[in-house]
Design a protein around this ligand. Structure first.
Ligand code: GLU
Length: 318
């Protein structure tokens, strides 16, 4: 059995909020409870939206929370930032071209979201295959007007896996996902390609992330297989909801770590989240390290979690 290896892979488009902290905490606990390694990969593919300053703040916040990692982040160098890994993605994109059909897609966002397009449960649109099978002459003509994205043709195959939190999950690739983008029209490689290549090359054996990414997993498992990587185990954790039942987002600035660090100790934040995730019974302060022996995946609920009470009280006004 290879040593277990988990990762936290934040997109630094803002300060971490409590949902991100829950994900960082559970991925760290899951690896550490098995005596495994923890990696920190910065997913800044969209370099314009993900400045290095936010990535540095994430590291600082993780240190503050008491979460450490064995490799990755700024001490390990640029290769842990996706924005510096384009040459690697290029290499694996070339391998994929030999294993599957990849074709240029000229559809605009507006055309893809046309009212008639079937919408999937996660808000994406099922691609109708519009640009599949264009002749070389049609492709050349369209290229004069617009740079294409690159899509990969999915087979008539159902991918099934057992998620460590959500249970058995199956997805029929053509009807639940459709041909998907590997490279955007601006040349940036897409999340699905980058995450698969990185998890494969970095030897990741378990992926812990929000359940909003459950739908991406079948695509990633399929890409892992095409590239000859053993797919990792997956754990899709519940999302944190505010009192209106909305999932937290980076727009909820009152719940980002910048302000929370002024109001709470790391042990209070960790204890409240650990209690919400049912790892401990009462929301008492506890360090991340002290949680390691208490961690078990079968305690963690599938369904979304409400924000712990201590975070709901508005900060005292002076
Ligand atoms: N970078 C993604 C995020 O911050 C997570 C991707 C993943 O864990 O696969 O939402």
């Amino acid at each position: 059995m290879p040593q277990s290896c988990g990762r936290f892979a934040p997109s630094p488009s803002g300060r971490m909020h409590l949902g991100n902290v829950l994900c960082a905490l559970l991925s760290w606990l899951s690896s550490r409870a098995k005596g495994g390694r923890c990696l920190l990969r910065i997913e800044d593919l969209d370099a314009g939206r993900c400045p290095r300053s936010y990535a540095d703040l994430i590291e600082d916040d993780l240190h503050w929370l008491g979460l450490d990692w064995d490799e990755g982040g700024s001490v390990s160098g640029d290769s842990w930032y996706q924005s510096h890994r384009t040459a690697i993605y290029e290499e694996y994109y070339t391998i994929l071209r030999q294993k599957a059909e990849i074709y240029p897609c000229f559809c605009s966002r507006a055309a893809l979201h046309a009212a008639s397009a079937p919408h999937l449960s996660d808000g994406r649109v099922l691609y109708a295959g519009t640009c599949y099978g264009l002749s070389p002459a049609e492709t050349a003509e369209k290229r004069k007007r617009r740079a294409p994205a690159a899509r990969i043709r999915v087979p008539d195959e159902t991918i099934s896996f057992i998620d460590g939190v959500q249970g058995t999950y199956s997805e029929h690739l053509p009807s639940a996902c459709g041909d998907f983008i590997l490279r955007r029209s601006d040349g940036v490689f897409a999340y699905q390609l980058a995450v698969t290549v990185d998890d494969g090359l970095m030897g990741v054996t378990e992926v812990v992330r929000g359940r909003d990414l459950l739908e991406s997993t079948a695509r990633q498992i399929w890409l892992h297989r095409l590239l000859g990587f053993p797919p990792p185990d997956y754990y899709h954790i519940p999302l944190l909801l505010d009192s209106d039942g909305r999932r937290l987002s980076k727009r909820d600035e009152d719940l980002d770590l910048g302000l929370l660090r002024q109001r709470f100790t790391p042990e209070q934040v960790v204890g409240a989240l650990a209690c919400a995730a049912k790892l401990i019974e009462r929301p008492e302060p506890i360090s991340a390290k002290a949680l390691i022996p208490l961690f078990r995946w079968d305690k963690v609920p599938k369904t979304d979690l409400f924000l712990p009470d201590i975070f709901r009280t508005p900060p005292e006004t002076v």
